[in-house]
Design a binder for this molecule. Structure first.
Ligand code: ADP
Ligand code: MG
Length: 614
């Protein structure tokens, strides 16, 4: 067998989504395990010590490498998986950028042992901080054995960013769950020190889910199955009765690659609408099979975001399939399939008209209209009018006196069409009671609505900040007398790393040399913010950022900013303010949970009230 690894020409290398591949031990695990899969391994063992700080070892029984390839594999843009730019649109392997091993070898001490079946002797290479320390023939098993020791030993700042062992190890387990689900025919083993954490035998997909998430999940799994000319969808969703409030197990795979896809996630959640309380989430394990020419995997450095060229059609098909599965298993007594019928005809193509998915977008919203533009900017004062779906929350009250009390056990906060002026008038007289300067209490159709004032405001601000950052809308900014804030080298690096997004959100923070920054302005919403405290708050959040993928950076910053500016507990609110706050809350995409996942509101229904006074 000839050598197979070659350097990508610059023209191809330049088209590769650049970014940091190795952020933490879990990223090393991901890259090495993916390489083992690409090498055709049927058994992969992962051995971890000290949450990956001292050792990450991945052993596979794949095809191994020749002596020359072993050496080549550590070069940047050296890969056996693609050769030309066209190949980027026909990716059938997990890797293709030839960057992972180079990146790992740059930040750790690596020992590679590898042997092909046809070779008598294998090759051992020792490399540390990108420097080859030695290469010798060894006798070893066919396959590849990577030992990555003392990760980030030469970049103390990075090492300092790592979180607790517990947290880092959890992320490693999550990485393994993802590949183990994507490749149920491969055997996996995970050891943490001397403890065996996972031992997964070859199994069908359903069995693999059970191996990973426990026997109990078995009876709640519902088959999802659909094949159309553009995509095949298989997998499982869970019955509504096992839906969870936090940390549901939700997995999407595209051609065996795990992906995050908030929009397709919505297609599933929408299918559960009306049968699930809005604060509950189903688990799902959905696999898409699609011609690689119809997706782009190369949009994200760690390849967890994938673009479907026909996203609307995929959305429709997924939504309809999930709905159908829920219906078929009589989980939903009566479902209205009217809208979805069209997608049962499996001949969609890019040119075909598809019903637009119902995504919550205010079609009348025009960011360029001056009076609306205000809404994209962040305002803390409650009197300004935001992009609210006017008054929909007030439907909660309308006519609650005549409502039979047994009805409406499930709070339904769906936007309903605007009520006439009379209704609005009636609900404007709605009574609000502030309890302990912390909660807002108000009658609703089915009982009493109880809202946490700070969490509600956190949610409102969070969505506004996020929108600003995402749209790069220049948030209203208040200039202040420039103030220099001194930081530790690590904090300085952290702030500078995120400075683009921070400034998009309305800050003006610039590098001031010698580990300090200068704050020239901040979002107008932050009335009396103290720059030092703001930067501290921001850093506290950034330190907790789970990863540096595009979305989470934006969310982290939006969260940090909202926490720094949300109304605190203990602040007395007037009726107008409370009304406005609730109005804006119900205009949010999610009014049930604050961005930190805590419950914002609850309904104490009439029955509960009656029971209390029995
Ligand atoms: P990529 O996976 O994007 O090609 P990597 O830096 O991860 O880039 O790996 C470089 C090359 O090294 C791969 O293309 C492959 O040929 C080879 N390689 C890496 N890991 C293994 C392995 N476990 N078994 C066999 N070959 C491997
Ligand atoms: Mg790779």
């Amino acid at each position: 067998m000839p050598d197979i690894i070659a350097l990508l020409p610059d023209s191809v290398a330049n088209q590769i989504a650049a970014g940091e591949v190795i952020q933490r031990p879990a990223s090393v695990v991901k890259e090495l395990v993916e390489n083992a899969i690409d090498a055709g391994a049927t058994q992969i063992s992962v051995i971890i010590k000290d949450a990956g700080r001292t050792l990450i070892q991945v052993i596979d029984n794949g095809k191994g490498m020749s002596e020359t390839d072993a050496r080549m594999s550590f070069e940047r843009h050296a890969t056996s998986k693609i050769k030309r730019a066209e190949d980027l649109f026909d990716i059938r392997t997990m890797g293709f950028r030839g960057e992972a091993l180079a990146s790992i070898a740059a930040v750790a001490e690596v020992v590679l042992r590898t042997k092909r079946q046809e070779d008598e002797l294998g090759t051992e290479i020792n490399i540390a901080a990108s420097e080859v320390l030695g290469q010798t023939p060894v006798s070893c098993a066919t396959g590849t054995n990577f030992m990555v020791k003392n990760l980030f030993y030469n970049i103390p700042v990075r090492r300092k960013f790592l979180k607790t062992d517990n947290y880092e190890f959890k992320l490693i387990v999550f990485e393994l769950q993802k590949v183990a689900l994507a490749f149920p025919h491969i055997q996996f083993e995970l050891r943490n020190g001397n403890t065996e954490v996972l031992k997964l035998y070859t199994s069908p997909f359903r069995q693999r889910i059970i191996q990973l998430f426990g026997k109990n999940i078995n009876q709640s799994l519902v088959d999802v199955n659909c094949e159309t000319s553009i995509i095949k969808i298989t997998g499982y969703i869970t019955k509504p009765d096992v839906a969870k409030k936090s940390q549901p197990d939700q997995f999407f795979f595209v051609n065996n690659r795990y992906m995050r896809h908030p929009i397709l996630h919505k297609a599933i959640i929408k299918a559960y609408e009306k049968i699930l309380l809005p604060e509950l989430q189903p688990s799902y394990f959905i696999c898409f099979t699609i011609d690689p020419a119809n997706i782009d995997v190369n949009i994200h450095p760690v390849k967890t975001e994938i673009k479907f060229f026909d996203e609307q059609a995929v959305w429709q098909i997924l939504h309809a399939t999930v709905k159908e599965s829920l219906g078929k298993f009589s989980i939903v007594p009566s479902i209205d399939f009217e809208i979805d019928r069209s997608v049962e005809i499996p001949v969609l193509s890019r040119a075909t008209d598809v019903n637009l998915p119902q995504i919550d977008i205010d079609a009348t919203f025009d960011p360029f209209k001056p009076e609306q533009k205000k809404s994209v900017s962040v305002r803390a004062d409650f009197s300004s009018h935001s992009r609210s779906l006017p008054n929909n929350w007030q439907d909660l009250y309308s006519g609650f006196e005549n409502e039979p009390k047994t009805e409406l056990r499930i709070p339904n906060f769906e936007p309903v069409e605007n009520k006439g002026a009379d209704d609005v008038q009636v609900s404007k007289q709605q009574q609000f009671l502030q309890v302990k300067n912390k909660y807002i209490l108000t009658p609703s159709k089915s009982g009493l609505l109880l809202i946490d004032q700070r969490r509600a405001h956190l949610r409102i601000l969070f969505e506004q900040y996020l929108e600003n950052i995402e749209k790069s809308a220049n948030a209203v900014q208040k200039e202040i007398f420039p103030q220099v804030v001194e930081l530790s080298p690590a904090d300085h690096e952290l702030i500078m790393e995120y400075s683009a997004a921070i400034n998009q959100a309305g800050f003006d923070i610039q590098d001031f040399g010698q580990n300090s920054v200068v704050v020239n302005g901040f979002p107008a919403a932050l009335e009396q913010a103290n720059p030092q405290k703001l930067v501290d708050d921001l850093l506290a959040e950034l330190h907790h950022a789970p990863s540096q993928s595009g979305t989470s950076v934006k969310e982290t910053i939006a969260l940090a900013l909202s926490k720094a500016s949300a109304i605190p507990y203990g602040r007395a609110l007037g009726s107008e303010e409370m009304s406005d706050l609730i109005d804006k809350l119900f205009a949010c995409k999610n009014h049930n949970y604050c961005p930190e996942g805590k419950t914002i509101l609850t309904i104490i229904n009439i029955e509960e009230l009656e029971n209390k006074l029995k």
